[in-house]
Ligand binder design. Structure first.
Ligand SMILES: [Zn+2]
Length: 77
């Protein structure tokens, strides 16, 4: 069974579409059952969208901090 900690680690692959279909299925199932990871995914996607609009590749510090805090919260569950 996929844990929330593993989930956050593979989320980048999930979003950029490089993940094998069967792995995506496992993640989809976890997302269905886990509101925390759904919220994390939403934050993650929003971050990618926001940073994609910025001229530089660097993630804004406040977003980075929020994302890190969120990931720490998940890992501590
Ligand atoms: Zn989860």
């Amino acid at each position: 069974m996929l844990t929330c900690r593993e989930m956050t680690r593979v989320l980048a692959d999930y979003l950029d579409g490089t993940m094998p279909a069967e792995d995506r299925l496992v993640l989809d199932r976890h997302l269905d059952a886990c509101p925390s990871c759904r919220a994390f995914l939403k934050t993650y996607e929003a971050t990618i969208r926001l940073t994609g609009m910025l001229p530089c590749e660097e993630m804004p510090e406040d977003l980075k901090a929020r994302l890190a805090a969120f990931a720490r919260g998940l890992a501590a569950r």
